[in-house]
Design a protein around this ligand. Structure first.
Ligand code: URA
Length: 214
C-alpha cells in the first residue's frame, strides 16, 4: 500500500531525484522534497495542480505557496470562502483552508515545470491514495490537462470518455464531480488564456455544487 506522500528522498523518478539533489546543493536552506498536500482530509473539495514550482512550492513545502500561480489560486479560495487568513506566500503564514485540500499530480519539482509521462505514471498511486483517503470528497478541480488525465486514471475512468474543457464538469460517480480549469499559471494568465473572471466562474460553479450537497 502506497503512503499518501513519497519518501522525502523518493527515487521512483531518477530525473526528479537528480534534480532534487542539484537543488539541495544549490539551495540548501529550502524545502527541496516531495510537497505534501495542504488542507484537511475531511474536506469535500480537492484541487489538483500539476507539480511544485522550483522557487515556489518546492522552496516553501506547501502546494502553490510562493508560486506565481498561487497568487490567483489563494486569492480565489479566500474570495469564495474556501480559505481564511492572509496568504503571504509562506507555509507558516497561518492560512487555513475551509472544506478544501490542495495537492499536485506530481509531488516533486520537475525541470522546466514539465513532468515526463513516466513520472506522472510513477506518482499516480499517491494521487489514488490521496483521493481514496478523503471520505467526504464530492468535488475535484483539475488545473490543466495533465491533472485532468491523472485524476481520471486515479479514479479508474477512461480518459477518452471525459474531454478536458475549461469550465466543464464531469460526473465521475453519484458522489463525485470533476471540474476542469485551465491552469492558473503565469503563462496562461499573461497570455489571457485564463482570466480572473474565467477562474472565478469555475469556483462559483463549485460553490453552487457544494451548496446543493452535504
Ligand atoms: N505550484 C504547485 O504546487 N502546483 C502547480 O501546479 C503550480 C505551482
Amino acid at each position: 500500500m502506497f503512503e499518501l506522500l513519497p519518501d522525502k528522498d523518493c527515487g521512483l523518478c531518477p530525473r526528479l531525484k537528480d534534480f532534487r539533489a542539484q537543488n539541495r546543493a544549490t539551495y540548501p536552506d529550502k524545502y527541496n522534497a516531495p510537497v505534501p498536500s495542504f488542507g484537511r482530509k475531511d474536506a469535500r473539495f480537492l484541487i489538483v495542480g500539476l507539480a511544485p514550482g522550483l522557487k515556489g512550492a518546492n522552496f516553501s513545502g506547501r502546494p502553490f505557496t510562493g508560486d506565481y500561480a498561487g497568487d490567483l489560486l489563494y486569492a480565489t479560495l479566500l474570495k469564495f470562502g474556501f480559505a481564511r487568513g492572509v496568504y503571504q506566500a509562506r507555509s507558516d503564514d497561518g492560512l487555513e483552508l475551509i472544506d478544501a485540500r490542495i495537492t499536485n499530480a506530481v509531488k516533486c519539482v520537475p525541470p522546466q515545470n514539465k513532468p515526463e509521462g513516466a513520472e506522472i505514471t510513477k506518482c499516480l498511486p499517491f494521487l489514488t491514495q490521496e483521493i481514496a483517503s478523503m471520505p467526504r470528497l464530492r468535488v475535484i478541480l483539475s488545473l490543466g490537462l495533465v491533472s485532468h488525465n491523472a485524476v481520471l486514471r486515479s479514479t479508474r475512468h477512461k480518459i477518452s470518455a471525459f474531454k478536458f474543457v475549461h469550465g466543464a464538469s464531469h460526473s465521475l460517480s453519484d458522489r463525485l464531480t470533476l471540474f476542469d480549469s485551465y491552469h492558473c499559471s503565469r503563462y496562461n494568465t499573461n497570455t489571457g488564456r485564463l482570466t480572473t473572471e474565467m477562474f472565478e466562474n469555475v469556483f462559483e460553479s463549485i460553490r453552487v455544487q457544494l451548496r446543493s450537497i452535504t
